[in-house]
Design a protein around this ligand. Structure first.
Ligand code: ZN
Length: 69
């Protein structure tokens, strides 16, 4: 019998994410995602996703779609 066997309690936390734009907490099942360079961003909704896209465009300049204005 190993007394340590049942000692290790890992709390099962539900996976919660924070919206990249408004920092609101969102359940992972309801999150909108966008893949960054080496990271996946999460958003509470399409509105925040679009807002983030606009910001990214402004920050990085028109690299990908120069004619998409
Ligand atoms: Zn949001």
């Amino acid at each position: 019998m190993d007394p340590n066997k049942y000692k290790r309690h890992e709390p099962e936390e539900p996976e919660h994410l924070n919206c990249r734009v408004c920092l609101k907490e969102i359940p992972s099942s309801a999150a909108h995602t966008a893949e960054g360079v080496d990271y996946i961003y999460h958003f509470c909704g399409v509105e925040c996703l679009e807002e983030w896209k606009q910001k990214e465009k402004r920050d990085e300049g028109p690299l990908n779609h120069p004619e998409d204005v």
